[in-house]
Write a protein that binds this ligand. Structure first.
Ligand code: PPS
Length: 570
């Protein structure tokens, strides 16, 4: 175990057992009940075990939890602003007793740590949301997580580390606090200013960090979060390639890049103090806090959750206690006449400034529009364009829904050949009948089985979409909630168009190509959509097609025009 000074005068924790103790604990753990850690918990465990979360030695006990919520301190009065809790299901919590040991395993079942459960309690999540995030408002991603994803019961207890969670990406850029401290000392770095980020870095960030390092007379640590960031953020693989390009923009030997497997909470001021403690643990002496640090965006009243400089104020309040110096920074803007970046507060009257917001930047990427060189480096932009192609190069899903015999398959086939004719993207047709023969051959038509069928189709379509292809789905998909689920699955990875083939039941029954309606009326086929099972009409589909009024070819043309309008084909 190492004995380096960290904030609060404590020691840098290292919760890993010695080789011999690890073997013994592994044997004992065979008898322990196992908890499969969620992605966020794996991030927390990794930082607990390596000392990134020093002085914590495990998941918070109940009295520490309440103390952190109400006073930003552990029950022993040490500054700690974020509740690091192990949330589990009620079922799992009921299966264990206080003081029992449990095995914590990663997604593959590998034993990462064991924990002696000292506390088991049911938190009041609304109160936690208000105290930690400032509002019980699900527009805040961590509040939504708290209510919708986190388990209902919390377990507290000390951890014994068995092995670090495994990573297969960018291993050379991942460092424990001890490793970074050793590297700093080997390089003769005494003063180190850390830059926290969850976004790609552009010129303004380079300028800000360079100035911060100059100002603090310190070396620079670019310390981006690669655990969990705000939903919708640019993936860390693309970001890391961007950071690697940006390293060339600093004088050699002055700057280092290291990845932090932190699961962010977007808690603004509290998060900024937490980030500062973590950076202190990693051996930094200074920490940059900019505008709206770890801000979660707008609340349900369309107002910011926190003021733009609330985070700086809270870090300032605790600065002496933290033992890491804040380097506060104002927003940097480009001054056109000087062709230089300056803090917004230094801008003189009449000076023309330029800025591109994050939202505008993403829009330009989406539309494949110009991103000027004053804003970013060509290599960074090229990297982002590769993984975030404009809409006309992204994949998409056409999701037909409608009664049996409504004409979904006919239109889907007409559309399929049009895409094949265009030859721009790979295309797959997931027709209801075909899926039932292959993917869902064991399923029937109960609500549960229909939902499972649609979720499977959604999963396959999302994979196709993610990889730049076209998925045409043509199931009945009678339930609105499941259709919504599929939309939510696909939207983040490409385009999604729900198309209601709104042929009336009368027409479908008159056509009765497969003779199924007659059988359904006679009761030979049970749970038949429209006859003995419900069909929930889509409320906001991208397109409604009435086959009584247009031919399959006309329908396919309408879809093509809609795709053109939305920018998916050009
Ligand atoms: S669902 O609800 O979306 O899972 O249904 P889906 O997989 O699209 O249904 C595919 C075809 O199954 C035939 N079929 C039935 N449909 C509805 N209800 C019942 N009970 C039923 N039993 C069999 C029907 O022909 C569906 O094909 P389409 O292509 O829609 O006519």
């Amino acid at each position: 175990m190492t004995n380096l000074i960290t904030p609060h005068g404590g020691k840098l924790k290292n919760l890993y057992l010695s080789a011999e103790d690890t073997l013994n604990e592994k044997l004992k753990a065979k008898e322990y009940k196992s908890w499969d850690l969620t992605h966020r918990q794996i991030c927390d465990v990794e930082l607990l075990l390596c000392g990134g979360f020093s002085p914590l030695e495990g998941f918070l006990a109940e009295k520490d939890y309440h103390s952190v919520l109400t006073s930003n301190r552990l029950s022993n009065n040490i500054l700690w602003t974020m509740p690091i809790t192990l949330d589990v299901s009620e079922e799992f919590a009921n299966s264990i007793k206080a003081n029992e040991h449990i095995a914590l395993r990663d997604e593959e079942g590998v034993l990462v740590a064991t924990m002696q459960v000292s506390d088991i309690w049911t938190p009041d999540k609304a109160t936690e949301a208000k105290l930690v995030f400032g509002a019980d408002d699900k527009k805040h991603p961590a509040v939504a997580y708290l209510h919708d994803t986190a388990g209902t019961v919390y377990l507290g207890g000390k951890l014994k580390g068995i092995e670090p969670p495994s990573h297969y990406d960018y291993n050379e850029l991942r460092n424990t606090p001890q490793e970074l401290r050793d590297q700093f000392s080997k390089s003769g770095w005494k003063r180190i200013v850390a830059f926290q980020t969850r976004n790609p870095m552009h010129r303004a960030h380079q300028e800000l960090t360079f100035r911060a390092a100059q100002q603090a007379e310190a070396n620079l640590l670019i310390h981006p979060v690669v655990g969990m960031t705000k939903p919708g953020d640019i993936d860390h693989y693309s970001r890391v390639r961007c950071y690697q390009h940006i390293l060339d923009q600093y004088p050699s030997q002055t700057t280092k890049l290291s990845l932090l497997p932190l699961a962010m909470r977007m808690a603004g001021p509290r998060e900024a103090v937490w980030h500062a403690i973590i950076r202190k643990n990693y051996g930094c002496t200074h920490f940059i806090v900019g505008r709206d640090h770890a801000g979660p965006g707008k609340n349900s009243q369309d107002e910011d959750f926190y003021g733009p400089y609330d985070a700086q104020d809270l870090v300032k309040k605790f600065e002496d206690e933290l033992g890491i110096e804040m380097v506060p920074f104002q927003m940097m803007v480009f001054v056109e006449d000087k062709a230089e970046y300056h803090p917004i507060t230094d801008i003189k009257e009449g000076e023309k400034t330029l800025n591109i917001s994050g939202t505008e930047f993403r829009r330009r990427l989406q539309e494949g529009l110009d991103i000027p060189e004053w804003f970013s480096y060509p290599k960074v932009v090229a990297e982002l364009r590769k993984t975030h192609p404009p809409k006309h190069q992204q994949g998409f899903t056409i999701f037909f829904t409608g009664l049996s015999g409504s004409g979904k398959s006919t239109i889907a086939n007409a559309l399929l050949v049009k895409f094949l004719e265009q030859g721009k993207r790979r295309v797959t047709l997931l027709d209801g009948d075909l899926v039932r023969k292959n993917l869902s051959s064991e399923l029937g038509f109960s609500k549960e089985h229909r939902n499972l069928n649609i979720e499977r189709i959604g999963y396959v379509a999302s994979e196709i979409t993610k990889n730049g292809g076209i998925a045409i789905c043509a199931p009945i998909a009678p339930y609105a909630a499941t259709r919504r689920k599929v939309r939510e699955m696909i939207k983040p990875v490409g385009g999604f168009l729900e198309i209601h083939i709104a042929t009336s039941l009368e027409t479908c029954e008159q056509r009765d190509r497969k003779g199924l309606y007659a059988k359904a009326r006679e009761g030979i086929i049970k749970e038949f959509t429209g006859i003995s099972d419900p069909y929930e009409t889509p409320e906001n589909p991208e397109l409604v097609i009435k086959t009584e009024e247009c031919s399959p070819d006309e329908a396919a043309q309408r879809i093509i025009l809609k795709l053109e309008k939305l920018g998916f084909i050009r």
